[in-house]
Design a protein around this ligand. Sequence first.
Ligand code: SAM
Length: 281
Amino acid sequence: MSTPPLPPIRDVIQRHGLAASKALGQNFLLDEQLLARIAALPGDLAGAQVLEVGPGPGGLTRALLRAGARVTAIEMDRRCLPALAELGESFPGQLTVIEGDALKLDHNALMNAEPFHVLSNLPYNVGTALFVRWLSGEAWPPLWQSLTLMFQREVADRIAAGAGEDAYGRLAVLAQWRSEARLAMKVHRSAFTPPPKVMSAIVHVTPAAMPEGVSARMLERLTEAAFGQRRKMLRQSLKGVPGALEALSRIGIDETRRAETVSVAEFVALARALGAARAEP
Ligand code: SAM
């Protein structure tokens, strides 16, 4: 697809005076080849709806537009808006920019209740809060078709970890019980301007089938209790969850095990058994 020539992102940043703000967690990506690789992670985006959170000067945005996506971008730094408006003029009808805080907006409504992909390089605290929000809730499958998100490497490891690994915990269960979550790309700190203190990685998540008979709230309750005391045996950490110890023995999970050894599938089975127990007269 032929796309209009654009000035280097570094020039855009300079011309619009977009010195990176620490308070807004701004670390910009300027390498267009890297940005094109990130934009390719969800697959072919030609004609697809994309929600980009935190476009900043628009490096990832331009890669998404070049891939043919229809992009809705939420940015809370109004200094970036003229640069983004300029970018939109080069891709008529493809870019909508919303000024605001992504934590306070209803994303499904913004996307007109149509399926969309999410791509984002966000400050890590905002990214984690949005991640938990996208993965939580009883309604499944969600309207989003994939999440491609930059995280601090340590958080990316926690999302993709399996049982028995040090990084395994609540975030891994949340990310994997009804989704596929993988660490898709490691990104060196030197790729950012200015470079952050820690390494980064991109996580790619796609929704999977919702296991039958399992309530998201029950699963959250179990993982909160179990990982709240991750070094304790389940018989201790799950004591406060009514029916949990009986359910463990019913489905054959040894109560002397610790949360960090319990697989995602076992947590799902436990939540299901507890749900079933609740439903019994
Ligand atoms: N996507 C650009 C890139 O890759 O170069 C910018 C990345 S920078 C790490 C994060 C961007 O998110 C900044 O432009 C910042 O202003 C914006 N941002 C921070 N918190 C936000 C929020 N709550 N809602 C929307 N945008 C936010």
